[in-house]
Design a protein around this ligand. Structure first.
Ligand code: SF4
Ligand code: SF4
Ligand code: SF4
Length: 294
């Protein structure tokens, strides 16, 4: 018999095909884990005879084949290692993030600290629908932010400053979008082709292409699964704090207005995305919003 207790009711406890056993999913925001935490998980895996540890697509670790009778004990042990039981059901689940500015040469934002802050404020909150949040520090989108209920993408808009361009073409070579060309011996940016990756800003040896400052594109309503859907662009904001503000407003909206049983993407279709976008935009200070193409 499966024991009914509060730990079992958490989404991070996943009953297996043999209902006497479950898989324990841990909470590891952005998939960042210290060596001490790893040792702790290894010790717990051995203690409870998990045959292996599974790395998930949402950057967490799972301990498979745990008997339900050990749930309270294992939950306590996991909390002590700093990797408590995670979530999976209609909740805000593990926040995923790429390495961001700390390590990746393409990064425009500090995605790891943003992921930690969102996790600290919102992780595990019960919702009418599951909410997955993914952060990528540049438009390369390594964490697939467009395929999550909420996706955050760090961008930089390039600005061609006045100055003596040699027409060397270095920026043209670096731009993978074909958004820069040399016309009459000088570089010209095409904003319609530019995805605001910021690569050209770092490429010009004469620093003629400047950054307008980092900003954050927030997309909503994406999903993976049997009917994948690309998220829609909701808003662009100019600071880490503004992102958290927008994410909290989206969560509040979903918490109050969405209903269980249908994915957020479908509900946004029913309620007209334009109206949703307007509702959220109206709640964010104008000084925090970047108009696209500005
Ligand atoms: S999304 Fe961009 S910044 Fe993040 S890891 Fe991928 S290439 Fe690097
Ligand atoms: S920001 Fe990226 S896409 Fe835009 S012009 Fe520069 S290199 Fe090309
Ligand atoms: S890299 Fe700089 S100098 Fe060379 S073409 Fe581009 S903007 Fe001009």
């Amino acid at each position: 018999m499966v024991k009914e207790n509060t730990i079992h009711m958490k989404g991070g406890v996943i009953t297996e095909r043999d209902p006497e056993f479950c898989t324990i999913r841990t909470r590891i925001p952005a998939g960042v884990i210290t060596s001490d935490m790893l040792r702790g998980i290894a010790g717990i895996a051995e203690k409870y005879q998990a045959p292996y540890v599974h790395i998930t697509t949402r950057q967490t670790l799972e301990l498979p084949h745990i008997h339900h009778g050990y749930l309270d004990e294992i939950s306590r042990d996991l909390s002590e290692t700093g990797t408590p039981v995670g979530s999976e059901r209609d909740e805000i689940v593990n926040i995923t993030s790429c390495p961001g500015i700390e390590r990746c040469v393409f990064a425009n934002i500090d995605s790891l600290s943003l992921a930690n802050e969102i996790d600290r404020r919102l992780f595990g909150k019960e919702m009418p629908v599951k909410i997955r949040i993914a952060i990528s520090a540049c438009p390369n989108g390594c964490t697939s932010p467009m395929l999550n209920e909420i996706g955050i993408i760090g961008r930089i808009q390039p600005i061609r400053t006045p100055g003596v361009c040699t027409g060397c073409g270095t920026c043209v070579e670096y731009c993978k979008e074909g958004a820069i060309s040399i016309k009459k011996g000088i570089s010209v940016l095409d904003p319609l082709k530019c995805v605001q990756c910021g690569t050209c800003v770092r490429s010009c040896p004469f620093e003629l292409i400047k950054s307008s400052g980092e900003h954050y594109l927030i997309v909503v309503g994406g999903r993976r699964g049997r009917h994948p859907r690309i998220g829609k662009e909701l808003i662009i904001v100019n600071s880490h704090e503004a992102v958290i503000d927008v994410v909290e407003k989206i969560i509040q909206w979903v918490y109050r207005r969405a209903w269980s049983g249908r994915l957020l993407s479908e509900q946004l279709d029913d309620l007209q995305f334009g109206k949703f976008k307007e509702d959220i935009g109206d709640q964010i200070p104008v000084s925090s919003i970047i108009q696209d193409g500005m």
